[in-house]
Design a protein around this ligand. Structure first.
Ligand code: CMP
Length: 143
C-alpha cells in the first residue's frame, strides 16, 4: 500500500484548517498512519526543502516554515501520492482545481496551506526524515 507525507503548514494551522485537511483526506478514503504537531527546527526545514536551496524564495520559505507549528502526517492508500496531491490542488493556488483545498482556501503560493510529497521516492524520503519507524502505526479497518 502506498504512503505519502503531508504537512499542514503554519498558515493552515493558524487559520484553523488542520481539521478540514484531515477530514478531506479521511473522506477521500485514505488512512492516517502517523501524525505529530511540532515546531520545525532550522535543521529539519533545511533538510526538507534542500531541493529549493538557492532559489529566490528559499530564505523566506525557511523563515516561514519555522515561524509557527505544523502538523506532520503520513497517509496511506491506493495511489496515495497522486490522490493526496489532487486533493490539495496545484502548488500555485490560482491554478488549483475547483474543490481542491488550495482552490477553496488559498491565494498565495507562499501561503498554500499544505505540503504533499510529489513522488513515491520523495514520500519515502520525507517520511523517513520526519518520522521514526516506531511512529508509523499499522492498523486495519474492521470489515
Ligand atoms: P511546498 O509543496 O511546501 O514545496 C515548496 C514550497 O515553496 C511550495 O509548497 C510553496 O509554498 C513555496 N513556493 C514555491 N514557489 C514559490 C514562490 N515563487 N514564492 C514563494 N514560495 C514559493
Amino acid at each position: 500500500m502506498e504512503r505519502t507525507f503531508v504537512l499542514v503548514k503554519p498558515d493552515g494551522v493558524q487559520r484553523g484548517l488542520i481539521g478540514e485537511v484531515i477530514a478531506r483526506l479521511e473522506k477521500r478514503g485514505l488512512k492516517l498512519t502517523a501524525a505529530k504537531f511540532l515546531a520545525v527546527s532550522n535543521d529539519l526545514a533545511e533538510k526538507h526543502y534542500a531541493v529549493h536551496k538557492g532559489k529566490d524564495f528559499y530564505p523566506g520559505l525557511i523563515r516561514y516554515i519555522t515561524s509557527a507549528p505544523v502538523m506532520a502526517m503520513v497517509w496511506e492508500g491506493t495511489n496515495a501520492v497522486a490522490v493526496v496531491r489532487q486533493t490539495m490542488g496545484a502548488t500555485r493556488p490560482w491554478e488549483a482545481a475547483p474543490g481542491s483545498i488550495r482552490h477553496d482556501f488559498a491565494l498565495e503560493v507562499g501561503r498554500n496551506l499544505t505540503h504533499a510529497s510529489d513522488s513515491v521516492e520523495n514520500a519515502q524520503a520525507e517520511i523517513a526524515l520526519w518520522f521514526s519507524p516506531t511512529e508509523l502505526v499499522e492498523w486495519q479497518r474492521c470489515s
